[in-house]
Design a protein around this ligand. Structure first.
Ligand code: CA
Length: 297
């Protein structure tokens, strides 16, 4: 089992025992606020090529962004490490990197990239969160890549001069859960709203998921982010969580979805019907105070 630790360590657990030595060979990682070593994914043909993929933030406090690296896992080190994708434009500060990865059945890789941060963080003279609606930018997007980082020829905006060809879907704030339901062929994501308005979305290539033009979320400082909660050209979420659960992690099991919540300190069991529509959800496994746990656990 491979585990990423945000400060920049990749760990291995074998037969339930944590290897005390982190895996060697990772590139330089910017561990800044929400940034660091982020997600990890094993190549679908790992047994042949030993490749693992990882997302991380890199750069400086003033200019940073999410990158996707890959390397061959040999024993306790990574070899032939290369960076196959770098999100652009770079941003400042340590908020909203995303990022999650999932493989599609055709061996292309989806990577979620955060919108860059909350007000007052700006880019090009406007709030950086508006990048989520700019198809010339990777911020606030899911991108789809081939396993070597090249762009699949059938991506939705391939050939559109106003769009980056890597983009798969847009209008996302900060995706912290991404999973594939192989049985039904559906891709699901969870993303953080600001104050309230966390979302579960079923992701389809070529669609706009609305942020920040359409949202149930409010500013942290109070007041509306948008007058609209829905728009005919944008996809509505399948679940809106207000108050926020701060979703982190999303898994498919037994035909249903399981979403972790950081603030709610719970796991949400989301029940789907045969065609994959949400029919019910309830919090299970709510964390409770325990002897030896600090208040900050
Ligand atoms: Ca949305």
């Amino acid at each position: 089992m491979l585990i990423t630790e945000r400060p920049g360590r990749l760990r291995i657990v074998r037969d339930g025992i944590l290897d005390p030595t982190p895996v060697a060979g990772l590139p330089e990682i910017l561990a800044l606020n929400q940034g660091g070593l982020l997600d990890i994914a094993v190549h679908p043909r790992f047994e042949e090529n030993s490749l693992i993929y990882f997302t991380y933030s890199q750069g400086t406090q003033e200019a940073n962004g999410v990158a996707v690296g890959r390397g061959e896992l040999r024993g306790s080190s990574l070899e032939n490490v290369e960076v196959i994708f770098q999100a652009a434009p770079l941003k400042r500060g340590g908020q909203h990197f995303g990022s999650r990865m999932v493989w599609l059945p055709d061996d292309t890789l989806l990577v979620a990239i955060g919108d860059g941060g909350n007000p007052p963080v700006q880019l090009d003279g406007e709030l950086i969160r508006l990048q989520a609606q700019n198809r010339g930018s990777h911020l606030g997007k899911i991108v789809r890549l081939n396993d070597d980082g090249s762009i699949p020829s059938d991506n939705p905006w391939q050939g559109d001069p106003n769009s980056d060809p890597a983009i798969w879907s847009y209008g996302h704030r900060n995706i912290q859960g991404l999973a594939i339901d192989s049985q039904r062929g559906h891709v699901w994501s969870t993303e953080h709203g600001a104050r309230g308005g966390d979302e579960l979305n079923r992701i389809e290539g070529g669609e706009n998921y609305g942020w920040p033009l359409v949202t149930h979320s409010q500013e942290y400082t109070g007041g509306r982010i948008s007058d609209r909660q829905s728009h005919p050209d944008m996809v509505d979420p399948d679940i809106v969580w207000t108050p926020a659960i701060a979703p982190s992690g999303l898994a498919v099991h037994g035909g249903d979805l399981f979403a972790g919540g950081l603030v709610s300190q719970s796991v949400h069991h989301i029940q789907l019907n045969e065609s994959g529509e949400v029919i019910d959800q309830r919090a299970i496994a709510i964390a409770s105070a325990c002897a030896g746990c600090s208040g900050k656990s």
